[in-house]
Each structure stands twice: as structure tokens, then as C-alpha cells.
Design a protein around this ligand. Structure first.
Ligand SMILES: [Fe+2]
Ligand SMILES: [Fe+2]
Length: 389
């Protein structure tokens, strides 16, 4: 390019630079001292000298989460065209229209209305009102969970993970949780059933997770809650009208894998893994999931499903992952699972007339082949538990 430079007085420009340096030294020096004395100081966890977030680049993590999320990003408009979402790009819309034949605006609006009505009619055809209500009760648990996942991941992003790759991964999670919440809400409303509030058991788990400090949020959110959601999507994604849940499954599997990938680069210290207060706090966080399962027994039963099969399948994977990641509990998984199984059998024998003892912790309720393979990978089911070090 042919620029015509403006001529400046060199002494003046030098003075500007040196003044900036003086003020910079003062401000940064002050912030550093305030930080050392724990009186505030720099809030941003960012190293502008190295053009990197504190914690380093973390390119492997970025590739596994941020890049993969973008690659696998799905659009609600394409997957559930009857919804109010308009998130497709122009090109994606052209592809959709090609698939639908070319339609003018009026025709398209009409088609969307029909599709929405069609979808509701499909639900009415497939499910009885009681089954629809049961599905809404179960799905809304996840819906409320998605709202919390959105909040927790936002906090982890601003005040938890370190490094550029990890921040990029969390940014995608925040975006995906937002999408999950709004899309799931619309899917649930399409059932035309009252949406229940959170059960108190869920409320306790969610609130405690949101209040957990720093990386402990990974246990409550990415291991426990998302492990629960992943299993539920694996179970319900095969039901008529709910195939979009398979895409949720895909996203949640990435979220569940995040702590493992993060800690492989920035391992937890032995104290963070196994100090008594932390093990106690994690176990107390896990405890309300037991009454939560019982709470849903009726809704599962309406759908011909045994809640304890689901609970056993889910807890086995979550406990295994927790062990692998290094989030130790008060009781190790080999001992915990048989105890939990006893509790489930005891409860089942109270609510069912002819209950026969079952090994619930050996159950597998994820139905799709692809979903099972994905879970085996993220829960690291085919690898032995990590040796304590
Ligand atoms: Fe989610
Ligand atoms: Fe998630």
C-alpha cells in the first residue's frame, strides 16, 4: 500500500511513550501489591504480556472441546423446524428449502404451523395424557438442570478454569447450555402439559453445585449433573418425537469429558483429591440424588421403566468417572455401589408388591448403539480405575 506518513516530532512521541511506561509501572505495581496483600488488585486472570490467559494456551483442550463443539454445532431450526427458532444461516436455509422444495414466505409460514401442529398431533398419537405428563415431569428436571448448567458454566468460565484452551472449551459449554435450556423448554411446552417446579432434592443438588468453590463445580456439574443428563438423554432419545435428545447427548458427552481432559493437563493436588472436607462435601452433594430417584419412580413406571435400573446404570458410570478424574468420595465406588444397590432394592420392595432382588448397579439403560459407545469413551468404562498416587 502506498501510505503518506504524517510527520511527528520525535521528542514528543518519546515523551508520550515514557509517560505511559511510568503510569503503567505504578498501576501494575500497585495492583500486584494489592493482590499479594489480598486487597483486590487485578481481577482479570489474563496475561497480556504473553497474550495468553493465565494457565497457558491449552491447545489440546481447545481442539477437543471448542473446535469439536463448533464442528458439531447443531441448529434447532433444522432439527425441530416446528419450533420458533431461526438459528440457521442463509446457506443452511437454502439447503433446507431444497429439501422441502422451494417455498415462498406464506407457504413456509403455513408449513411451520402445520409442522408444529403435526408434532403435537404426533405426541398425542404416540402417548397417552398420563405418559405425556410423565415425560414432561422427567424432562423438566433436565430443563431446570440446564438453567443451572448455564449459570454454573458461566461462573466456571469467569472464575474457575485457567488457560486459553480451557476458557474456549467453557465458552462453548456456556453457549450450548443456553441452547439446551431454550430448546428443551420449547420441546417440553409442545407436550401441552403443566410443567412442575424443581423437586427439593434437585434444588439442593443444583444450589450446592452453584455454590461449590472453583473447580469443585466440575464435580457437581460436569460429573454428577451432566452424567445424570447424559444417561437420561441416552434413555429417552430413542422414544418417538424425542430424537433431538440424541444431539443433546452428543453435547453433554463433551461436557462430561471436560474435567478429565482439563485435569490431565492441570492435575488436582492430592489434597484437592482426597482431603476429608472435600470428600465429605462431594458425598453430601451426591446424597440427595438417592431420594431424587425415588421421587421419579412413578413417572418412570408410567413409561414402563424401572427408575432403579436407570439410577443404578447412571450411578455406576458417574462413580467410575469420579474415581478416574480424582474426585474421591467418602466411600470408594467398589463399596459404594453395592450399598446403593441395597438401598434401591429396599425402596423397591416397599413400593412394589412382588419385588425380586436385582443388581441395579449392573444395569445399562442407554439404548442407542452410538450413545453407548460415546458413554464408554467419556466415562472411561473400558479402562481400569486410576491408581491412587
Ligand atoms: Fe446441557
Ligand atoms: Fe452440559
Amino acid at each position: 500500500m502506498n501510505f503518506s506518513p504524517i510527520e511527528l516530532i520525535p521528542e514528543q512521541t518519546a515523551a508520550i511513550v515514557s509517560r505511559e511506561r511510568r503510569v503503567n509501572r505504578f498501576v501494575r505495581g500497585l495492583d500486584e501489591r494489592l493482590g499479594r496483600w489480598r486487597l483486590g488488585g487485578r481481577r482479570g486472570d489474563y496475561d497480556d504480556q504473553r497474550f495468553e490467559f493465565e494457565g497457558g494456551a491449552g491447545d489440546a483442550l481447545r481442539k477437543k472441546h471448542y473446535d469439536k463443539s463448533l464442528r458439531l454445532l447443531w441448529k434447532a431450526e433444522e432439527q425441530i423446524p416446528w419450533s420458533t427458532f431461526r438459528d440457521c444461516t442463509k446457506n443452511e436455509k437454502v439447503l433446507l428449502e431444497l429439501a422441502q422444495g422451494s417455498l415462498d414466505t406464506v407457504e413456509r409460514t403455513h408449513l411451520q404451523k402445520i409442522k408444529s401442529a403435526e408434532f403435537r398431533a404426533q405426541l398425542d398419537l404416540e402417548y397417552t395424557p398420563e405418559q405425556k405428563q410423565a415425560l414432561v415431569n422427567i424432562l423438566s428436571t433436565i430443563g431446570h438442570g440446564e438453567a443451572y448448567a448455564w449459570m454454573v458454566s458461566t461462573e466456571l468460565l469467569s472464575n474457575g478454569v485457567r488457560g486459553t484452551g480451557a476458557r474456549a472449551a467453557l465458552t462453548m459449554q456456556v453457549m450450548e447450555e443456553a441452547k439446551h435450556f431454550v430448546v428443551l423448554r420449547e420441546l417440553i411446552h409442545a407436550f401441552d402439559c403443566p410443567v412442575p417446579r424443581m423437586s427439593v432434592w434437585e434444588y439442593i443438588v443444583m444450589e450446592r453445585t452453584l455454590k461449590s468453590r472453583g473447580l469443585e463445580k466440575f464435580f457437581g456439574m460436569n460429573v454428577l449433573i451432566e452424567g445424570f443428563a447424559l444417561n437420561l438423554f441416552g434413555l429417552l432419545g430413542s422414544l418417538p418425537g424425542l430424537d433431538v435428545l440424541r444431539l443433546f447427548h452428543l453435547d453433554e458427552s463433551r461436557h462430561t469429558a471436560l474435567p478429565s481432559n482439563y485435569f490431565s493437563e492441570k492435575p488436582l493436588t492430592q489434597r484437592q483429591k482426597s482431603s476429608f472436607p472435600r470428600r465429605l462435601r462431594r458425598s453430601l452433594l451426591l446424597a440427595p440424588t438417592l431420594p431424587l430417584m425415588t421421587y421419579f419412580e412413578k413417572d418412570f413406571a408410567v413409561l414402563g421403566l424401572d427408575i432403579y435400573d436407570f439410577a443404578g446404570s447412571m450411578l455406576r458410570k458417574v462413580a467410575h468417572l469420579s474415581d478416574r478424574v480424582g474426585f474421591e468420595l467418602l466411600i470408594p465406588q467398589e463399596k459404594l455401589l453395592p450399598i446403593v444397590n441395597q438401598i434401591f432394592n429396599k425402596r423397591a420392595s416397599r413400593t412394589r408388591r412382588h419385588h425380586v432382588f436385582k443388581k441395579y448397579h449392573r444395569a445399562e439403560t442407554t439404548l442407542g448403539k452410538a450413545e453407548r459407545a460415546r458413554e464408554a469413551e467419556v466415562f472411561e468404562l473400558n479402562q481400569p480405575p486410576a491408581a491412587a498416587n
